[in-house]
Design a protein around this ligand. Sequence first.
Ligand SMILES: [Fe+2]
Ligand SMILES: [Fe+2]
Length: 271
Amino acid sequence: MEIDRRAFFAGLGGVAAVAAMADEAKAEALEHHMMLQLNVANQTSPAAKFPTAAEVEAEIETRPTRRGTGNLFVSRAGNVKKLPPLPERPTLVDFYKLRFMATSTHCLQSANRAVQNGMSEEIVLACLLHDTVQDLIKVDHGWWGAQMYEPYVSEKVSFAIRYHQALRFYEDKEHGYEYPDLYRRMFGSDYKPEPYIEATYKMVRNHKWYLEPRMVTVNDLYAFDPNVNPALDQFLDIIGRNFKQPKEGLGFDNSPVAHMWRSIARPDSPL
Ligand SMILES: [Fe+2]
Ligand SMILES: [Fe+2]
């Protein structure tokens, strides 16, 4: 595909802004830009801003990988790279720095926004963790993510992570959530969530903890912002108070989800 470099750089805030971006962020931005162009090229009507759900579905067979695949298992440009080794007893911070490369900036930006909006520590932690499982797997990431974190966080935090996935599709302007354009692009302009998502939404909408996952969606970022790069260090106290780090290390504590952490630690193991 032809890339209009000027348009691409301008969309990211200019050449200097692009130069300051990490390689992974650049690759992500480029993919997003190409996805947009592809969508525009595929549209039947040039006036339409977003593809239809049918057009999105037609793109399945144009890709070498499925859209639900975890980021760690796919390279956006060229071949995959060797991963740095993790310490013997890896902590959440080790995973964050050495494995959550594709999701960390987005999650840090969301957590940073949650702090600025005066959210509770549990919501800030939920924002910090909410999409990290997408490095392992993307499909149904709310459920996968909640399961992976469940042994180590409070019930409210895992509730927020699990259900942010369903709430994203439903507006709640009263609490500051509008349906994002990004989803019109990703799922199609006429996309209808699956019945299980609709049923989950109805359940959560009436739950006493509704605002926990809702606030994850409110503080989620749907636009790429190259100018905000919060550091993990500012969240170390919140992690220390709210994340029960197993002394054996994540992946080695015999918890029911230890294999998920090992899969992130060793994604190159063939079986
Ligand atoms: Fe998410
Ligand atoms: Fe997100």
